[in-house]
Design a protein around this ligand. Structure first.
Ligand SMILES: NC(=O)c1ccc[n+]([C@@H]2O[C@H](COP(=O)([O-])OP(=O)(O)OC[C@H]3O[C@@H](n4cnc5c(N)ncnc54)[C@H](O)[C@@H]3O)[C@@H](O)[C@H]2O)c1
Length: 260
């Protein structure tokens, strides 16, 4: 069986620019034949909207919608629009995270309550309401993919509250997998990507050192690309991975197997 997403409708969140992991995922999903819906984070001046619209136009998305996951009306509206345009759909890509820059450097114990709540709300909690609406619209065998990082399991310098958020996200994947699987064979999985230079990762203190460390020590002696993460997302949203749910799949050039 070849990887084929033709006839599948997949909603992709988290594209900010051409470095976004979600952009790599959207391109690979399209290449495999999927029909795409795209969301963007709205801002007052509409800059993200116009940038993301221009970037994604070649993929011919049939839905292009604003989504700030801190706004529950917007979350509901996205799925109202999905129901109108698609009725049912086959996949959801959750590829978003946020923590204040001040929380991503120095001591974890300095994390503020507000910073903790915001990072956890956007980066981990948001997957639950998206799945709440999506599950009523999913075709049998649909899939959910989210993005995580090794900082969920290990104390990575400066990753701090985002590591705690990713641990919560990976636990959410297991709970959502248990919830969505029984009725409709819907699968929920996470991809743990190696460090990649993006807008979000540039906020992490010492991100370039993290990348160099991976280039020196990973079995493949390099870090990964958005395209490689996209290929794994395409696999996880295809029928080829029909037996996989509740997992964290490492796409990190093998780095996580190292003893130190
Ligand atoms: N870049 C890396 O090294 C790396 C490694 C592993 C995992 N990840 C994860 O990959 C995902 C994508 O990040 P990226 O590195 O591609 O960076 P990115 O900056 O391109 O993407 C982050 C996205 O989150 C969106 N976002 C932030 N707050 C939001 C909100 N309130 N509502 C809706 N969207 C919001 C942004 O608009 C942006 O599109 C994140 O979950 C990140 O933690 C990144």
């Amino acid at each position: 069986m070849l990887l084929d997403l033709s006839g599948k409708k997949i909603l992709v969140t988290g594209i900010a620019n051409n470095r976004s992991i979600a952009w790599g995922i959207a391109q690979q999903l399209k290449a495999a034949g999927a029909e795409l819906g795209i969301t963007y984070l709205p801002d007052e001046k509409g800059r993200f909207e116009s940038k993301v619209k221009e970037l994604t136009a070649p993929l011919n998305p049939t839905l292009f919608l604003p989504l700030n996951v801190q706004d529950q009306e917007q979350v509901k509206n996205v799925f109202d629009e999905v129901a109108i345009k698609w009725e049912k759909f086959d996949g959801l890509v959750h590829c978003l995270a946020f923590a204040g820059k001040e929380e991503l450097i120095g001591d974890y114990s300095a994390t503020t309550a507000e910073g903790f709540a915001r990072a956890l709300e956007i980066s981990a909690y948001s997957l639950a309401p998206l799945c709440k609406y999506a599950k009523t619209l999913f075709n049998p065998g649909a899939g959910v993919v989210t993005l995580t990082y090794l900082g969920a399991d290990r104390a990575i310098p400066n990753y701090n509250v985002m590591g705690v958020a990713k641990a919560a996200l990976e636990a959410s994947v297991r709970y959502l997998s248990a919830e969505l699987g029984p009725d409709n064979q819907v699968r929920v999985n996470a991809i743990s990507a190696g460090p990649i230079r993006t807008l979000a990762s540039s906020a992490i203190g010492g991100i370039l050192d993290m990348i160099h460390n991976v280039e020196e020590k990973a079995p493949l002696r390099r870090t990964v690309t958005q395209k490689e993460v996209g290929n794994t997302a395409a696999f996880l949203l295809s029928d080829l991975s029909s037996g996989i749910s509740g997992q964290t799949i490492y796409v990190d050039a093998g780095y996580c197997i190292n003893g130190m």
